[in-house]
Design a binder for this molecule. Structure first.
Ligand code: SF4
Length: 72
């Protein structure tokens, strides 16, 4: 599975870290890092984390695959 966290939206509430600590980590007060391709067995945890995020910053399987407009 793939996830993306909108780090501009993330406020470092750490709900996701509590619910899926193998996937999300907080460094310091509000620097969130995460595993963008977690195992599918983590899906439930990640879905719970996404549902719990107060600002809905976690998007699951909604990665825009290709950047259009590659310049050459
Ligand atoms: S729950 Fe949402 S706001 Fe809080 S750290 Fe995770 S992504 Fe950021």
């Amino acid at each position: 599975m793939r996830i993306v966290v909108d780090l501009n939206r993330c406020q470092g509430y750490a709900q996701c870290v509590y619910l899926a600590h193998e996937v999300f980590r907080l460094h310091g007060q509000e620097a969130l890092t995460y595993e963008p391709n977690p195992d599918d067995e983590r899906r439930l945890q990640v879905e719970r984390a996404a549902a719990a995020c107060p600002v809905q910053a976690i998007m699951i399987d909604r990665v825009e695959g290709a950047d259009r407009g590659a310049t050459s």
